[in-house]
Design a protein around this ligand. Structure first.
Ligand code: ADE
Length: 231
């Protein structure tokens, strides 16, 4: 077993590296990858940089070059579902690309031929996530995550994404990581802690809560690793 633990920004993986303590840094394909052994299991940690292209590159590299056979993503998201407040956690059940648009050819938003609007996350890792949530006494929401190369700070865009994809939260990497893992047959788990409400105050809220929400998510993901290692 070799577990990939991925974020998009340095703030999202810093708490994970801190928890691991010792790691070896490898530079590859314009990025840094941190290799460690945690409780006898090999892990590779990296932050991709923001967006679908960089996250695709990093997820692919972690699987194809480093040989990871499952992937856990930790990071922050903008809330769509009003039940989600800053600091709350959401586990993705399925993910879609909200900015993928060839509707001019009669296709639905998020769809290209031979693809699918939604990619399902791994059911067994979601169950592990729920078990961890119960053991921590935390209420963690499960829901749809919409991904796009756009920081959403606009009610109208947010409402459109909500209506089109029935999404509960949005961010900029989950669906691309999902596409990679699905294509390569690697079980994946995407966890996000809310940093903002994707509204006109989103950039201020994001700056204020990125670090604390990233820690919330990272701590939960490390508990997931503990659970997986113990299984
Ligand atoms: N990640 C966290 N907040 C976000 C937002 N409002 N838009 C896109 N990605 C985000």
């Amino acid at each position: 077993m070799k577990i990939a633990i991925m974020g998009a920004m340095s703030e999202e993986v810093a708490p994970i590296l801190e928890a691991l303590g010792n790691y070896n840094t490898v530079e590859y394909a314009g990025n840094k990858y941190y290799e460690a052994t945690y409780k006898g299991v090999d892990v590779v940690v990296a932050y991709s940089k923001i967006g679908k292209v960089f996250s695709t590159l990093t997820a692919t590299t972690m699987i194809e070059h480093f040989g990871c056979d499952r992937l856990l993503f930790s990071g922050v998201a903008g809330a769509i579902n009003p039940e989600l407040k800053v600091g709350d956690l959401i586990i993705a059940t399925k993910l879609a690309q909200h900015d993928l648009d060839i509707t001019a050819f009669g296709h639905p938003h998020g769809y290209v031929p031979e693809g699918a609007v939604f990619v399902d996350a791994d059911r067994s890792l979601i169950e592990t996530g729920k078990k961890v949530a119960t053991s921590l006494g935390k209420s963690v929401k499960e829901g749809v995550i919409a991904t796009g190369d756009q920081f959403v700070a606009d009610e109208e865009r947010k409402n459109w994404i909500a209506a089109t994809f029935n999404a509960d939260a949005l961010e900029m990497e989950g669906a691309s990581v999902a596409v990679v893992c699905n294509a390569l047959g690697v079980p994946f788990f995407i966890l996000r802690a809310i940093s903002d409400a994707a509204d006109m105050d989103a950039s201020f809220s994001f700056d204020a809560f990125l670090e604390t929400s990233a820690i919330e998510s990272a701590q939960f993901v490390m508990q997931m690793v503990d659970e997986i290692v113990g299984q």
